[in-house]
Structure formats: structure tokens, C-alpha cells
Design a protein around this ligand. Structure first.
Ligand code: PHE
Ligand code: ZN
Ligand code: CA
Ligand code: ZN
Ligand code: ZN
Length: 289
């Protein structure tokens, strides 16, 4: 599988920090820093050859946007999706939450486009607005998909907070039944000698919108406000009895609030999953509507 560039991913995070800095310090729904983030991601994906859509929807904090990018090759009846929320809270620039997942999904998409791979399946990437207001962007997206289009989505992978400064290596355990993607993520980390824990994230991120439609979902997470135990510090390093991300939802979630080892390991896991699921054989039957 690919070695997704942590240098390039960090450069995307520098860009998101600059956007926040130039727009009042945040990338919150309804503020200029969010629209600038969406326009920037869309332009990168357009330039790489993706077919993109800026999907707008209204919220109590103002208009928000999802950016959807599809690679124009592969069987459109079998869609493999990955996504991340692109908005921050109003308190700060949201660089770990969730610049990290957004930069990692973006870089994986750009590297796939540049790879010359021809996918068997259709790859689609989603950058969600207004997650911080209650998963509004991902819910809007799935609720506005015709049922025939919903049925074509084979898998949705979610990445929300993947470079926590005191990181853990968590794999979502909700929607576990018959879910090979969850097991593939664990096997990938095990192959890199990285221990993982399954965690039921209780619908706290955008995969929940897909899961509610019965679509298989999986994802990873390096931890938020929860406290790292001494057993976890023994296996993962870092500091016991401190939060995985002490700057969670705070003004200090800046470009200085990142663990680049966690980021690099997580983006390589994203790359591994995308490259493999791009070629997965889902059969040739058109899914039922
Ligand atoms: N979605 C939460 C937030 O943005 C963070 C989170 C991600 C929590 C993944 C659990 C699992 O604030
Ligand atoms: Zn691999
Ligand atoms: Ca890498
Ligand atoms: Zn958040
Ligand atoms: Zn988040």
C-alpha cells in the first residue's frame, strides 16, 4: 500500500491554520473561515481531476457546505466513500478537530489521483460541514441521496481527530456486525506493530449518519477529552492521566496541537484502506433499489 506523505498533509494543515488566522481565528459554520476552507479543499480536488460538488444547506448558524469529490473511473454501482468534517468549533481553528482528518483524507485522495491506479469501484470523498452542530452536513447528504444511490454505497470510512497530541489508536466499534473494514483497520495497525483499542464512539461523528441507513462504516480516532490511563501510556507512550487532546474544542487546537507520528500512522492507514477497497470485488449485480 501507499506511503501517504505526512509532509504534504502537514502543509494542508498549515493552510487550514492560515485560513483560520485570516478569518477571525476559527472555521466555524456560517463564518468566512468555513467557506474559505470548503473553497480551498474543492479547488485542490478540482485541480487533481475529481468531479466535485459544493452542496449547501442551512443551519441555525448560517449556510454551510459539504464538498463531495468523486473519481471519474470505477463502477458507479459500487461506491467506496471516505470522509471527515471540515468545520471547527467557534472557539478556535480546529486543527486536530478536524483539520487532521480533513488533511489526511484530502492528501489520500490527491495521491490516489496522481497514482495512475484504475479503481474497480467508484471512490468518493466527503468533507462535511456543521458536524459540530450535530452531524448536520453528513445527515443532509444522506437524507438527500435517492434510495438507489444510497444502496450503491458499500462502505463509509470516517476520520475525525487523527493527530491528537497525546495520542491513542482507537478503531470505531459501533456498527461492528459483519464489518470487515473494522477488522482490516485493526490488522493494518497490527502489521505495523501498533496496538489498537476498539471504542464505541456512540455516534459522535459523521459515520453515524451512514450507519443509520444500514451502510457499513468504520473509522479511527486518536482521542479527544478522555484521559489516557497508565495502561494506555504503557502501550502507546505519551502522558498518563492527561487528556488525549487537552485542547479539544479550545482556542489552543492550533497547528501546535498535533502529534505528527500519529498523523503519519493514521494517514497511511487511510491510504491502505482506500487502495484496497478501491479494488474490492463487490460483484457485478446492480444493487436493489
Ligand atoms: N466528533 C467529535 C467532535 O468533533 C469528536 C469525536 C470523534 C468523538 C470521534 C468521538 C469519536 O467533537
Ligand atoms: Zn497496505
Ligand atoms: Ca506516510
Ligand atoms: Zn469537535
Ligand atoms: Zn470532530
Amino acid at each position: 500500500s501507499p506511503d501517504i506523505s505526512v509532509t504534504n498533509t502537514k502543509a494542508h494543515l498549515d493552510q487550514l491554520q492560515t485560513i483560520a488566522t485570516n478569518n477571525g481565528g476559527n472555521r466555524y459554520t456560517g463564518r468566512t473561515g468555513y467557506r474559505a476552507s470548503a473553497d480551498w479543499v474543492k479547488a485542490k480536488l478540482d485541480a487533481a481531476g475529481f468531479t466535485t460538488t459544493l452542496q449547501s444547506f442551512s443551519t441555525s448558524a448560517g449556510t454551510s457546505y459539504n464538498v463531495i469529490a468523486e473519481w471519474p473511473q470505477g463502477d458507479p454501482n459500487h461506491v467506496v466513500m471516505a470522509g471527515s468534517h471540515l468545520d471547527s468549533v467557534s472557539a478556535g481553528p480546529g486543527i486536530n478537530d478536524n483539520g487532521s482528518g480533513s488533511a489526511g483524507v484530502l492528501e489520500t485522495a490527491l495521491e490516489y489521483a496522481a497514482s495512475g491506479q484504475v479503481p474497480k469501484n467508484r471512490l468518493r470523498f466527503g468533507f462535511w460541514g456543521a458536524e459540530e452542530l450535530g452531524l448536520l452536513g453528513s445527515k443532509y447528504y444522506v437524507n438527500n441521496l435517492p434510495s438507489a444511490e444510497r444502496a450503491k454505497i458499500e462502505l463509509y470510512l470516517n476520520f475525525d481527530m487523527i493527530a491528537s497530541p497525546n495520542p491513542g489508536y482507537f478503531i470505531y466499534d459501533d456498527n461492528a456486525a459483519g464489518n470487515g473494514a473494522r477488522d482490516d483497520l485493526k490488522a493494518y495497525f497490527t502489521s505495523k506493530s501498533i496496538q489498537t483499542e476498539y471504542v464505541d464512539v456512540q455516534g459522535r461523528s459523521d459515520h453515524a449518519a451512514f450507519r443509520s441507513l444500514g451502510i457499513p462504516t468504520a473509522g479511527t480516532f486518536s482521542g479527544a477529552e478522555e484521559i489516557k490511563t497508565s495502561a494506555q501510556a504503557t502501550k502507546w507512550g505519551g502522558t498518563a492521566n492527561q487528556a488525549f487532546d487537552a485542547c479539544y474544542h479550545r482556542s489552543c487546537d492550533t497547528i501546535n496541537n498535533l502529534n505528527l507520528t500519529s498523523l503519519d500512522r493514521q494517514i497511511d492507514a487511510i491510504g491502505h484502506m482506500i487502495w484496497n477497497y478501491a479494488q474490492k470485488d463487490y460483484g457485478t449485480t446492480v444493487p436493489p433499489t
